[in-house]
Design a protein around this ligand. Structure first.
Ligand code: PMP
Length: 415
């Protein structure tokens, strides 16, 4: 039997060591190596093409993180690159917006059945924070209801790590247990007349958790509550947007929002976020300040237009579902035949796998690291992402690596 050749990460490790001298922690945020699988995981990447990425040691991976979401068509999609480059050759950072500003807003509104306007920022956090401000301006109320443990960005009101924030910045955010309509009603009643917004992801995709789809009736209940109490319903589709439906994840999961936030996938890796809104919120939207030095940047808008058109033309959402389903079925079969107990959750295009009885995520970390050493890049504690460039052959190749990694977990932990 041929001996498996496992990747090594010498250059990645050396770069991390250099980074530690000049960047606090070396790498921070959710990419922090301490959270991942130190020693069996790359720290720095050099190149991407389709569903493949190469790290600074030259190791090649099939990418199941897609840059934590933005890469929805595949790295360096030719049509997106061409559109962005053409715009770069004209003007990227204008005094006043370019034509792409109008083109993109028209395109987004045309594919979103309930929306009549769009605004643009750079990050998902720009979009969620501004949406909350619009809700407050509209209602004259302060409180925001969100699901316990949900992620809506890194700004002080919602960062999961409150270090450096003040009590004042966070005191108007109240939480309920996801999918528990009764708990939501309790929280809404407790703050009756004070709630400006309910902000929800289209399904539960919190880190360190199995993903959870909305329970039957949950979304309808949220909509009725908002209508009854005059609360603005914000859909945070930053993570799931453009992977389930071109008109927003609410279209497939039965949620009718007043505002929807997108970022990640809109520009296939180019920095852009957007909020789409209902007609009734147009006037308020006009009054709530929203700006940034790069908010009018035109190349990312050209990229977004090309991304949306290519996703539609290539039937990208269907491709992700097909590839994700193939991956899930293969993983399931491998785990079963090895007697490993796992749970797979979420939609096939945004999948996740946990090991049962693995509270500290030790098995997950080992497995993700062993996948990386065999050429499959995925995260141990955060959901994964398919892209439209994942084909059958890529999935089958990835499954060879995942099987080897499962065997290591089995050897170390048993069933
Ligand atoms: N909302 C959700 C659901 C997200 O997944 C993220 C990013 N992970 C954000 C908001 C914040 O987006 P950004 O990191 O671009 O500010």
């Amino acid at each position: 039997m041929p001996v498996e050749k496992l990747y090594t990460f010498d250059r990645s490790e050396a770069l991390l060591e250099r980074a530690r001298h000049v960047v606090p922690g070396g790498i921070y945020g959710h990419q922090s190596p301490q959270l991942l699988s130190p020693g069996s995981y790359p720290n720095f990447f050099a190149r991407g093409e389709g569903c493949r990425i190469w790290d600074v040691d030259g190791n090649e991976y099939i990418d199941f993180m897609c840059s934590y979401g933005p890469i929805v068509l595949g790295h360096r999609h030719p049509k997106v690159e061409k559109a962005a480059r053409a715009q770069l050759e004209q003007l990227d950072c204008p005094n006043m917006p370019s034509e792409r500003w109008v083109d993109l807003a028209e395109l987004l509104v045309s594919i979103t059945p309930w929306a009549s306007w769009a605004v643009f920022g750079k990050n998902g956090s720009d979009a969620t924070s501004w949406s909350v401000a619009v809700a407050r301006a509209r209602t004259g109320r302060n409180k925001v209801i969100m699901a316990e443990g949900a992620y809506h960005g890194s700004h002080p009101w919602c960062t999961p790590n409150p270090t450096g924030t003040t009590e004042g910045e966070r005191m108007d955010v109240v939480t309920f247990e996801y999918n528990n309509s009764e708990d939501l009603r309790r929280v809404a009643n407790e703050h009756r007349g004070q709630v400006a917004a309910i902000i929800l992801c289209p399904f539960r995709h919190d880190v360190f958790h199995n993903q959870e789809m909305p329970a039957p009736g949950f979304h309808d209940g949220v909509r009725s509550l908002c209508d009854r109490e005059g609360i603005v319903l914000i859909l945070d589709d930053v993570r799931a947007g453009f992977r389930l439906h071109m008109g927003g994840s609410g279209e497939v999961l039965g949620l009718q929002p007043d505002l929807t936030c997108y970022s990640k996938a809109v520009g296939n890796g180019y920095a852009i976020s957007t909020v789409l809104g209902r007609e009734e919120l147009r006037e308020t939207a006009q009054q709530v300040y929203f700006t940034g030095s790069f908010f009018t940047a035109a190349a990312s808008m050209a990229a977004a237009i090309a991304t949306i058109n290519a996703l539609r033309d290539e039937d990208g959402i269907k491709k992700m579902e097909v590839a994700g389903t193939r991956f899930r079925e293969g993983l399931d079969q491998q785990a079963r035949s090895l007697g490993l107990r796992i749970t797979q959750s979420g939609p096939p295009a945004i999948p996740f796998l946990t090991f049962d009885n693995d509270q500290a995520f030790e098995r997950s970390r080992l497995w993700a690291g062993e996948c990386a050493r065999r050429g499959v890049f995925l995260a141990p504690f955060h959901n994964w992402f398919l892209c439209a460039a994942h084909g059958e052959a890529d999935i089958d190749e990835a499954l060879v690596a995942t099987e080897g990694a499962f065997k290591v977990v089995k050897d170390k932990f048993g069933g």
